[in-house]
Design a protein around this ligand. Structure first.
Ligand code: ZN
Length: 304
């Protein structure tokens, strides 16, 4: 295949990608327990030691979804606030919320606080054996619980400027979308993420390279097109994914589990929002359930 050189470089001499995944990427139980203990400590800190009213903290990102690569796991901690009725009200206070989180995390949180983004405070926390986690802490509110899905999508449809702020609040939909995948698929997603981090430039902010989450969605779509097999050859799965990437700018895929068909036809499919990188609608794409996505007809399907 055309990408054979890159693959060989990434996966070295491994003929069997199941073995590569088990030996290099997959977390064993004690490793995962150690990481979870560190993150649970941070969750408790957010719940008890910061002067904000927290209803619940939800773990997202690769650790939350079970697709974490051993040495490169990223974590989103979505802080659901109990005293905010709408995403609009969270956005109005976002600057203050992030400033408060930053101050307390920096002074008392025992972690290295990085520069805040418009949506989150980013920190690094140390783990066992010099392992480190990059954690995004995102204020949100339980809009689905309070208003229901239809009202949420009505508001998102009407208020384009609010859409990026909905991403964190809809994190549970994204988790549910990915968590139902069979073990073989989480292996393939780990391989793809490892390949991305090893082979592509780290900065996707210029929109040149899709984020890990977008690649994850492409893997899922290819698997769905192949009939959702429980088991398959990882090498063929990876090959099929890479073939899809060849024409990635022409991809359009929409999932309707969490989206009203009318809305997606009228908004998300108008332009190719997929590859804009972080910020704006792309941030929405990163965290939202499983939207939008990829463009036009799906290239030729290569079954696993
Ligand atoms: Zn760890």
């Amino acid at each position: 295949m055309a990408t054979g050189g890159g693959l060989l470089k990434t996966f070295g001499p491994y003929e069997n990608l199941d073995i590569f995944d088990a030996q290099n990427l997959q977390m064993n139980d004690s490793y995962r327990a150690s990481c979870n203990a560190v993150i649970d400590r941070l969750v408790k800190f957010l719940q008890n030691n910061v002067p904000i009213k927290v209803k619940e903290v939800v773990k997202g990102g690769s650790l939350g979804k079970g697709t974490a690569v051993r040495d490169k796991s990223d974590i989103d901690l979505v802080v659901f606030l109990s005293n905010y009725p709408t995403v609009r009200s969270v956005r109005a206070d976002m600057h203050q919320l992030l400033a408060t989180l930053e101050i307390y995390l920096r002074r008392y949180g025992g972690c290295n606080v990085l520069v805040p983004t418009p949506f989150s405070v980013q920190v690094n926390v140390s783990c066992h054996a010099s392992h480190e986690h990059s954690v995004d802490i995102l204020p949100a509110c339980d809009v689905l619980g309070m208003h229901g899905q239809s009202a949420v999508y009505d508001e998102m449809f009407r208020s384009e400027d609010l859409r990026p702020y909905y991403s964190a609040s809809l994190v549970k939909l994204q988790l549910n979308f990915v968590k139902v995948l069979p073990a073989k698929m989480t292996s393939l997603i780990r391989l793809v993420k490892y390949w991305r981090k090893s082979e592509l430039p780290s900065d996707s902010g210029n929109g040149r390279w899709p984020t890990s989450y977008i690649l994850e969605l492409i893997v899922i779509r290819k698997w769905e097109d192949a009939g959702r097999p429980e088991r398959f050859d990882l090498k063929r799965g990876l090959h099929s994914f890479l073939q899809a990437l060849v024409n990635y700018r022409d991809l359009k895929v929409v999932w309707y589990q969490n989206y009203n068909r009318l809305y997606t036809q009228h908004s998300h499919l108008r332009g190719n929002t997929l590859w804009r990188g972080r910020g704006g609608e792309a941030k929405n794409t990163n965290l939202a359930p499983a939207p939008n996505t990829l463009a036009t007809p799906l290239f030729v399907i290569q079954h696993y």
